[in-house]
Design a protein. Structure first.
Length: 134
């Protein structure tokens, strides 16, 4: 379901080091991806998640560094998350980060709560640092 995005997951080493090597693959902090699209950030998000349960609690259009953006916050099956989608010149950059993952979360294979709150300021700074080159 949805669209394929190419990107990377960035997680603080201080956070990762709290978990064993086997567990670290499940600790995903900030995910950043990019793709080409002529859609608005809101339309892109809605098409990305079409038919998928999102647990969305907030959604709104805004600007990030003057670029059109769409913000979504939610909680689904024990994972509290924030998504920003930013666009410029038919390019989309997608930011997704978690603030909390409960032990009962559907993707939490390590059965430990993961608290990302000490890193939220850094995640927000990453979103707000976006600059498109063209």
């Amino acid at each position: 379901e949805g669209k394929l995005l190419k990107g990377a997951s960035l997680t603080s080493p201080e956070l990762l080091n709290q978990y064993s090597a086997e567990e670290q693959q499940f600790v995903k902090g900030l995910v950043v991806a990019a793709t080409a699209s002529e859609e608005t950030p809101e339309a892109y998000y809605k098409n990305l998640v079409a038919g998928v349960e999102t647990g969305q609690t907030e959604a709104r259009n805004l600007a990030v560094n003057g670029y059109p953006a769409y913000l979504v916050k939610g909680n689904i099956r024990g994972i509290s998350y924030t998504i920003y989608i930013v666009s410029h010149n038919n390019r989309i950059v997608y930011f997704n980060y978690r603030s909390m993952e409960e032990t009962s979360a559907h993707q939490n294979d390590i059965k430990k709560a993961i608290d990302f709150s000490p890193y939220l300021t850094d995640f927000e700074a990453a979103v707000n640092s976006i600059k498109f080159l063209k």
